[in-house]
Design a protein around this ligand. Structure first.
Ligand code: AMP
Ligand code: MG
Length: 486
């Protein structure tokens, strides 16, 4: 009996061997449990009562696996900042596809588990701070209702990891619908010995979009499905002010979940040019660029899929182009639907886009906090004093109120619905940093992080005493930087 109730299967290993390398979890001197997501463990049917933390730590990092488990590192390629490269899980490991009691199949994936044949020059390791960062932000995203990989645990390895200075090493155990990426399809297309591309297309369809198998052109149907899923996902990111930070094609999942949290962060002041990642000097992955970048990435997916779409190249190209062009409209519709809900607009009106854009323009000009402004509207409206001081805002406010009145619905009910989609609490950069500093500091104090997580688990319900968690950085957050390759 293992400490966690894994029910593993590894269908990925049925793909040609070019898609993976067999890698076993590495023995660790003294794995120590830092975070464990008990609620997720229960949801996944993993929880085992009365297991000691030491045993749990081992189980989380793959050192207590059921017999005959096949563990592997996946091969993929990707466009990184626009440039194609052959990649792969350099420091990650698929422990298995766990079958949940509800019948879902989820990847259990380690990050920071040691070098693999795809590590290139990397050490294969991860530092504690960035793994805790992925844990807290991915769990916050889930609570906000955004499709995402989840975080099951963070385990200290007991090793040192050098990143300019010595850090404690850690392994994150994450859970996702799969880790099939746009870049994996690029890899299949680039190494198309025999039927690699078709095999991966079939596999991705079976795993995420089974209906596509019955389409006249399954690969085209797959492209359309991924376009639709990504349009929805990016609209959600934009509506909550999330900046992924490193939207390389290898970090874009075919499932439509958010994966690979690196230099991501939430925007405070509304500004489409917001960039936090230290390596994104050109602002390629800035907040406002995300929809265009998603479409660019999907174009790389379309290119990879061309030979599978139709043997006639021209025909394949025409079909793929049409599928890609669907992204713009799908994205705009999804974004508008979410922003309408945020403003309490329940019936579509031709003026809605202008109403939304004018508010955003006002926020940008006045350096207003995106999350707080919207939540304030959901409390009933912006404060009278603020409107008195700003004629443009007052005018916008009147338009909005008139629009709500014209809907003829109960105002209280509208505001309640607005509060269910405008969060009070997001992972504010300064709070995340403070929590990580405490957790990785000499005291190894996890209490700050645990409190923050508890707040973020319930982002829409305003609670007394938690005011500081709703506030933007009192220092203004200017120059906030996040780091990649961590
Ligand atoms: P990322 O930008 O973090 O998604 O990583 C891009 C690629 O670099 C992936 O193939 C990773 O597996 C690989 N990689 C990142 N950090 C390391 C590391 N420390 N050791 C080995 N490979 C790494
Ligand atoms: Mg990645």
């Amino acid at each position: 009996m293992t400490a966690l109730h894994w029910r593993f299967d590894t269908t990925f290993a049925s793909l040609p061997e070019a898609f993976y390398a067999h890698v076993s979890p590495r023995a660790l001197p003294s794995p120590e449990l830092v975070m464990f997501n008990e609620a997720l463990a229960i949801e996944l049917g993993l929880a085992n009562a009365q297991v000691a933390p030491e045993a749990l730590a081992k189980a989380c990092v793959g050192l207590d696996l059921p017999a005959h488990t096949v563990t592997l590192a996946q091969a993929y390629a990707g466009h990184q900042f626009g440039h194609f490269a052959m990649l792969g899980d350099g420091r990650a490991l698929l422990l298995g596809e766990h079958l949940t009691p509800a019948g879902r199949r989820v990847d259990i994936h380690l990050k920071g588990s040691g070098p693999t044949p795809f590590a290139r020059r990397g050490d294969g390791l991860a530092a504690l701070g960035p793994m805790l960062r992925e844990y807290v932000i991915s769990e916050a995203m889930h609570a906000l209702g955004v499709p995402t990989s989840r975080s099951l645990s963070v385990v200290r390895t007991g090793e040192r990891v050098w990143r300019e200075r010595a850090n404690e090493g850690a392994i994150l155990t994450r859970v996702a619908a799969s880790h099939l990426r746009v870049g994996m399809m690029e890899y299949a297309a680039a190494r198309d010995e025999g039927q690699h591309l078709l095999r991966l297309v079939d596999y991705a369809i079976g795993r995420h979009y089974p209906d596509c198998a019955h389409a006249k052109r399954p690969a085209l149907a797959l492209l359309e499905a991924v376009v639709a899923a990504q349009a929805e996902l990016i609209a959600q990111w934009m509506s909550v002010g999330f900046i992924h930070g490193v939207m390389n094609t290898d970090n874009m999942a075919l499932s439509g979940e958010t994966i690979d949290y690196g230099p991501c962060a939430f925007m405070d002041v509304y500004d489409p040019a917001t960039v936090f990642s230290s390596i994104d000097t050109q602002g390629r992955y800035a907040y406002g660029n995300q929809p265009a970048i998603a479409q660019w990435n999907l174009a790389r997916l379309a290119e990879a899929l061309l030979p599978a779409i139709d043997p006639d190249e021209d025909e394949a190209l025409t079909l793929a182009r049409a599928a890609l062009e669907g992204f713009g409209q799908r994205y705009r519709e999804a974004y508008l639907r979410r922003m309408r809900a945020k403003l309490g607009l329940t019936t579509p009106d031709g003026e809605d886009v202008a109403l939304i854009e004018d508010l955003l323009a006002w926020m940008q000009t006045h350096q207003a906090d995106y999350t707080q402004t919207l939540r304030q509207l959901a409390r009933g409206g912006l404060p009278e004093a603020q409107r008195q001081a700003d004629a443009a805002l007052a005018q916008w406010h009147d338009r909005w109120q008139a629009r709500l009145a014209a809907q003829g619905e109960n105002l209280e009910a509208t505001l309640t619905a607005m509060r269910a989609v405008n969060p009070v609490y997001i992972p504010r950069n300064h709070l995340v940093e403070a929590a990580l500093a405490a957790a990785t500091g000499p005291e190894a104090d996890l209490s700050v992080l645990e409190r923050l997580l508890a707040v973020l688990q319930n982002p829409f319900e305003e609670r007394a005493g938690l005011e500081a968690y709703a506030e933007p950085d009192p220092q203004g957050g200017v120059g906030y930087r996040t780091f990649c390759g961590t």
